[in-house]
Design a protein around this ligand. Structure first.
Ligand SMILES: *[C@@H]1O[C@H](CO)[C@@H](O)[C@H](O)[C@H]1NC(C)=O
Ligand SMILES: *[C@@H]1O[C@H](CO)[C@@H](O)[C@H](O)[C@H]1NC(C)=O
Ligand SMILES: *[C@@H]1O[C@H](CO)[C@@H](O)[C@H](O)[C@H]1NC(C)=O
Ligand SMILES: *[C@@H]1O[C@H](CO)[C@@H](O)[C@H](O)[C@H]1NC(C)=O
Ligand SMILES: *[C@@H]1O[C@H](CO)[C@@H](O)[C@H](O)[C@H]1NC(C)=O
Ligand SMILES: *[C@@H]1O[C@H](CO)[C@@H](O)[C@H](O)[C@H]1NC(C)=O
Ligand SMILES: *[C@@H]1O[C@H](CO)[C@@H](O)[C@H](O)[C@H]1NC(C)=O
Length: 338
């Protein structure tokens, strides 16, 4: 596994700042299979794909179908309640502005009449990028122990101003595979939030003597976005980028102290305010005050990932904590896979 390390260092100066959150140019939420527009729990509106200008468009005579999920499993959550399902290829076409985007796909694998949940195997392409290949949402759901989940990607759209999302069932001898999707979200992101700017120093490439650039020809998939020491932060409470920040508790060893001080104002003069919400910087994990303990332990997170990919690791730091008064008061090492 190869790892790229980005660190954002921020010193906390106790000044409140009122910069506006990021406002995305493109902000599309499409509830696939839904007959009417609906509000999600967080108050965000999701457009129905029935009679939508975005699609679905089918090239074959086999038409896609809209299904409502059985909500026995507690899935009464927009956009997981309905699905667009098809045994042949279908696509959605989104007219958007050029630039770097989040594309988030929402999956709730469920059986619908002649569609068995274990028979859904399909690929998803966004423009020239293959986001998912021979993907089985039920396999992912069963291995995670979750009934539904999102998959989030970053990609750059060149100036052709249309993004096609194409869903293609995998071929099988029994012709019973199919593709489905519950919800599609496309949100513009602040330029170069996750990509390397042309004029910047490249990202350190862990284990290599040369740096790495995350270029516009790369699509990224989000593996983990954790709010360390704090609670999960819902997309609505993000900085305008609609990112979900999860609780890190399940991924770490328990030998840590949590510090949360929500009355510390976070000053965003050295990084843009949209980088991460204040809550991310107001909570932290530390090893506590005991020197004897610190010498014998590491503060560790264990994050399972697929092999064969490069991973961008971004660490956010803020040091608002008494008794750290000046630079150098707290020093530590960071190991990534040793
Ligand atoms: C994004 O779109 C949703 C759904 O139409 C809407 O509720 C929300 O206010 C929009 N947010 C921004 C920041 O444009
Ligand atoms: C990547 O594309 C964005 C616009 O989408 C542009 O601002 C940026 O300069 C490009 N980066 C490089 C390295 O060309
Ligand atoms: C898709 O994955 C399934 C399960 O691993 C496998 O049986 C099948 O052969 C794969 N199909 C293709 C087209 O790769
Ligand atoms: C998130 O925002 C909601 C209102 O939209 C608020 O009630 C809630 O307390 C916020 N949660 C956090 C963790 O900030
Ligand atoms: C939280 O931060 C504020 C502002 O710096 C400080 O006055 C207060 O003592 C801190 N509270 C704790 C529990 O550390
Ligand atoms: C902490 O982790 C690093 C890297 O895995 C290891 O070399 C070191 O021995 C560990 N330290 C302690 C005190 O466990
Ligand atoms: C920071 O300042 C406080 C108050 O003057 C002091 O008690 C503390 O020891 C200082 N911290 C360090 C690491 O020097």
């Amino acid at each position: 596994m190869e790892i790229i390390l980005i660190t954002i260092l921020q010193s906390a100066i106790f000044v409140a700042s009122e910069q506006p959150a990021y406002v995305p140019t493109d902000n599309i939420t499409l509830n696939c299979g839904a007959p009417t527009d609906l509000l999600a729990n967080d108050g965000r509106s999701w457009a129905a794909d029935k009679n939508s200008k975005f699609g679905p468009f089918e090239s074959s005579h086999i038409k896609s179908q809209a299904y409502e999920a059985d909500t026995q499993d507690g899935s009464e959550t927009v956009p997981y309640m309905t699905a667009r399902v098809s045994r042949s290829e279908f696509k959605y076409t989104f007219p958007i502005t050029p630039g770097q985007k989040f594309v988030c796909l929402y999956f709730h694998p469920a059986s619908h009449k002649e569609y068995d949940r274990s028979k859904a195997f399909f690929s998803v392409k966004a423009g020239s990028f293959t986001l998912l290949k021979n993907f089985s949402a039920s396999f992912v759901a069963d291995s995670k122990g979750r009934n539904w989940f999102p998959r989030e990607f970053c990609l750059n759209v060149e100036d052709n101003v249309v993004l096609d999302l194409v869903f293609t069932p995998s071929r099988s001898a029994s012709y019973d595979t199919y593709a489905f999707i519950n919800g599609i979200e496309i949100v513009s992101m602040s330029t170069n939030l996750y990509y390397t700017p042309p004029d910047s120093l490249d990202v350190p490439f862990v284990g290599h003597s040369y740096p790495f650039a995350v270029g516009n020809d790369t699509a990224l998939e989000m593996a983990y976005r954790l709010n360390v020491g704090g609670q999960s932060i819902s997309p609505n409470n993000d900085t305008g980028l609609f990112r979900l920040w999860s609780d890190d508790f399940f991924y770490m060893n328990k030998d840590s102290y949590v510090t949360v001080n929500t009355s510390v104002p976070i000053d965003y003069t050295t990084i843009p305010r949209y980088t991460a919400p204040e809550m991310v910087y107001q909570s932290a994990r530390t090893m506590g005050p005991s020197l004897a303990y610190k010498e014998k332990h590491n503060l560790s997170w264990l994050l399972p990932v697929g092999s064969g990919f490069r991973y961008m690791v971004r660490l956010h730091f803020c040091e608002p904590q008494y008794p750290v008064n000046s630079s150098g008061d707290r020093k530590f090492k960071i190991f990534i896979n040793s």
